[in-house]
Write a protein that binds this ligand. Structure first.
Ligand SMILES: O=C(O)CCC(=O)C(=O)O
Ligand SMILES: [Fe+2]
Length: 252
């Protein structure tokens, strides 16, 4: 027997992480409790279930098309970013940066007292790169020169964020962007984030500053790490406002 159908009205927040292996095998559902207005982290992991007819919150065919197009765009961006580093166009792709991604749907319910909480606490993403689609509600902010700057929604525009792993690999030539989402009273907000990362895939590859970028005047700032180790550290630390990268710095 399949799982009980879900009533979207009963879910304060649903994030579905969809593996982009081409086959949509499973959807992981994280339910955040209704005390979301006080907490900004998931407090309950309730269900891991096979994709069945139970979830109609997200259209599967649209999701797969979005995933496919995000993959193409991501690889084009990795080419441009490789060249921006003075490397050959295929360098970052050769390091598997575009090989895997996962898609996260964020649903922020309207909050009666937005000044008391956050939609999402400040953080940088623990991936190579994030492509983000936000709806028209607004609330996303990035930290720039110690000031929170609004990223206003533009119809048809995507937001692209450098993730922690690209900061590490580029030896800080690229900086991962700290961002957060304000809670709001206006109405529910939805965003779709495509994270380029390989930690959901079996890989033994380790990541550190790219050798071609290093020299006597540009010594490595970070140590080599596996993605599993990096993510484990990020998850253990939580969104405490500090960068997970500090732990991997060679000279603190
Ligand atoms: O909802 C947003 O605009 C951003 C979400 C986000 O930062 C994330 O999922 O990592
Ligand atoms: Fe993020």
């Amino acid at each position: 027997m399949g799982p009980e159908p879900l009533d979207p009205q009963e879910l304060p927040l649903v994030c579905s992480v969809i593996q982009s292996s081409g086959q949509l095998e499973s959807i992981y559902l994280f339910y955040l409790s209704s005390v979301l207005h006080q907490l900004t982290i998931p407090i309950a992991f309730i269900l891991l279930m096979q994709l069945s007819g139970a979830i109609e919150v997200v259209r599967r065919d649209t999701t797969m098309e979005f995933s496919k197009q995000a993959h193409i765009l991501g690889n084009a961006l990795f080419e441009l970013l490789s060249e921006a580093l003075g490397l050959s166009a295929g360098n970052l792709e050769g390091l598997d940066c575009g090989k895997g991604h996962c898609i996260l749907f964020n649903y922020y319910p309207p909050c009666p007292e937005p000044e008391l909480t956050m939609g999402t606490s400040r953080h940088s993403d623990p991936d190579f790169l994030t492509i983000l689609l936000q709806d028209s509600i607004g609330g996303l902010q990035v930290l720039c020169q110690n000031q929170w700057i609004d990223v206003p929604p533009l119809p048809g525009a995507l937001v692209v964020n450098i993730g922690d792993l690209l900061q590490l690999m580029s030896n800080e030539r690229f900086k991962s962007v700290e961002h957060r989402v304000l809670a709001n009273q206006k109405g529910a907000r939805v965003s779709i984030a495509c994270f380029f990362t390989l930690h959901l895939y079996p890989t033994t590859r380790t990541y550190g500053p790219i050798k071609e970028l290093l020299s006597e005047v540009n010594p490595p700032l970070y140590r080599q790490t596996s993605l599993q180790h990096f993510i484990a550290h990020y998850d253990n630390k939580g969104l405490d406002g500090n960068s997970a990268l500090t732990h991997f710095k060679l000279h603190k």
